[in-house]
Design a protein around this ligand. Structure first.
Ligand code: SF4
Length: 546
């Protein structure tokens, strides 16, 4: 039996950090990754599963390694014509997949956009959602089609490699990199270099958990650096030299933490190596015992900024980085790029708002056609589930805007259309508790009808469960899906409400309002009450989060 003294001297329990010698897998996920690297599933998909069909898939690949190529089994549709969701976890896996196409920096040319559109129509029942990490997600994909899909994506320089899984995920970048008139610097080259060196490299394909990156010189801070695992944020020194401020350890989910500034200045030519150092620290020192404590934020929180910097410089970079300045304040409280704005070259970019990111193959084609008719070959996805068409000549802008608007791709949307986001939800996501996309879309319609004159910035983020894929805690009104009891005592879909979250200068997580829940049906009434109250109480210059 251990005495208090022996307990006191016991070696602290390891968290599965490889660098401290804990190489033996401490849970099932770690065991699977050790048994076979996630990247190796690609060849099996091509050689075995696509030929043998769904039932030939090894369960460890189906529930694990497929993610290394952006493939997740989607949720089986509910019974009673979809009305009653299946809740038994054993019964949830459908025989179809969600396939996530990574779009690093949100950069697409028209050939790439049309390829995604064709794949959507031919292999994914026309589905295509723009996500809040600049990716496009397709649904209803059968394993038999995956090699064809890859071939077509790869022919135009796109891929699904490490779009999911415990890997370096898509690299966020400002959609206006290289064209914004006020940008600090253009990060396009750094995104490309980091992508080409690290994505698909087996040295970094077994991380403790997912690893989210942003590299940007955007003056609006559109890549939400505060909530990424690693972020390079454009800064300018008093000498005029431009580079990046390094942030690490941000993330939301059930234990939200903002990223912390390390306080160093990173020259553009150092970004690759510094990225390698940060991801190396995560791989080697990251906690692997418990999945819910495995994100980099927990290590950064335990170590503190000073130790993180010291380990980065001494063990990984073998050189000290100079101190550097913090980024300038974002240019406005709206971080999206919706609307018509001038580019550096005299042309214009036009950002527009599909409904909560929901598009389809035909509409992607339509967007490509509209862009082409107006002389553009470049479109972008944003981290707000929006899109931007670049390079529109001044005399073509009005016609382009008119065509987009005529197709419900709004360039001058209401606050509610512009700033409401929704995650995938129960329609396809196996972790979801409630429906989200249709709920959010109906909410937009209702609020536009009830509050036609409301113009203030106000973010409403609708999430199907506590995982916060659509960023519950940093929205003005963050909605976390859960079952609630309605007036008749029935369990129905609803939301826990978080109010007043924000990023930027006054960054703070929304407060969970104890006991404040609403049924999905009563959501428009609830939001209307909150917004009306805010309008009647707000003082000059006060934002919702204040
Ligand atoms: Fe699924 Fe939950 Fe993420 Fe929504 S927040 S996509 S329901 S895991």
């Amino acid at each position: 039996m251990s005495t208090p003294a022996s307990r006191h001297h016991k070696r602290p329990r390891g968290e599965g950090q490889w660098a401290l010698g804990y190489r033996e897998p401490l849970n099932k996920n770690e065991e699977n990754k050790k048994n076979d690297d996630g990247l190796n599933v690609r060849q099996r998909i091509i050689d075995v599963y696509a030929k043998g069909g769904f039932d030939s898939i090894d369960p460890a690949d189906l529930r694990g390694r497929m993610r290394w190529y952006g493939l997740y089994t989607q949720r089986k549709p509910g019974i009673d014509g979809g009305k009653t969701a299946i809740l038994d976890p054993e019964e949830l896996d459908d025989r179809y997949f969600m396939l996530r196409v990574r779009i690093d920096g949100g950069q697409l040319d028209l050939r790439q956009l049309r390829t995604i559109a064709d794949i959507s129509n031919e292999y994914a029942r026309g589905t295509a959602d723009v996500t809040d990490r600049q990716n496009v997600q397709l649904h209803w994909v059968e394993i038999e089609s995956v090699p064809d899909i890859w071939q077509r994506l790869e022919a135009v320089g796109l891929s699904t490699t490490e779009a999911c899984g415990d890997t370096p995920r898509v690299i966020l970048g400002c959609p206006l990199a290289g064209i914004d008139t006020e940008e600090v610097l253009d990060a396009t080259e750094q995104i490309r270099l980091v992508h080409d060196r690290f994505i698909g490299d087996p040295a970094y394909s077994n991380l403790p958990r997912k690893f989210k990156t942003a590299i940007s010189g955007c003056p609006a801070h559109c890549t939400v650096h505060e909530i990424n695992d690693v972020a390079f944020v454009g800064v300018e020194l008093p000498t005029g030299e431009k580079g990046y401020d390094l942030w690490v350890g941000g993330g939301l989910s059930t234990n939200p933490m903002f990223a912390k500034r390390i306080g160093v200045f990173v020259r553009p030519d150092q970004v690759e190596d510094v990225f390698g150092g940060v991801i190396g620290i995560f791989r080697d020192y990251g906690y692997r015992r418990l999945r819910h404590r495995a994100r980099l934020k927990f290590l950064v929180n335990d170590w503190g900024v000073e130790k993180f910097r010291e380990v980065l410089e001494t063990e990984y970079l073998k050189e000290a980085l100079p101190d550097g300045p913090a980024p300038a304040e974002p240019r406005s409280s709206r971080r999206d790029h919706v609307g018509v704005f001038p580019q550096q070259d005299g042309n214009f970019y036009v950002g527009f708002a599909p409904r909560v990111g929901r598009l389809d193959g035909d509409r992607l084609h339509l967007i490509a056609d509209i862009a082409e008719r107006h002389g553009s070959d470049r479109v972008r996805t944003t981290v707000e589930q929006k899109m931007v068409i670049l390079d529109v000549a001044p005399d073509r802008v009005d016609s382009l805007v008119a065509e987009l608007e005529a197709n419900d791709l709004q360039v001058n949307p209401s606050t509610f259309r512009r700033q409401t986001m929704a995650c995938t939800g129960i329609e396809y996501c196996k972790l979801a508790i409630v429906e989200t996309k249709a709920t959010a879309s109906d909410l937009i319609d209702e609020l536009e009808r009830r509050l036609p004159d409301f113009k203030e910035p106000l973010t409403i983020n609708v999430n199907g469960c506590p995982n916060s894929c659509a960023r519950i805690q940093v929205a003005d009104i963050g909605l976390k899906g859960q079952l609630v009891v309605d007036d008749n005592g029935e369990q129905v879909e609803g939301f826990q409400i978080h109010l007043g979250g924000s990023l930027g200068v006054n960054a703070g997580f929304g407060r969970k309002v104890r006991g404040l829940k609403t049924t999905a049906a009563a959501l428009p009434d609830y939001v209307e009450r909150v917004v009306t109250h805010y309008e009647s109480q707000k003082k000059e210059g006060e934002s919702f989060a204040d």
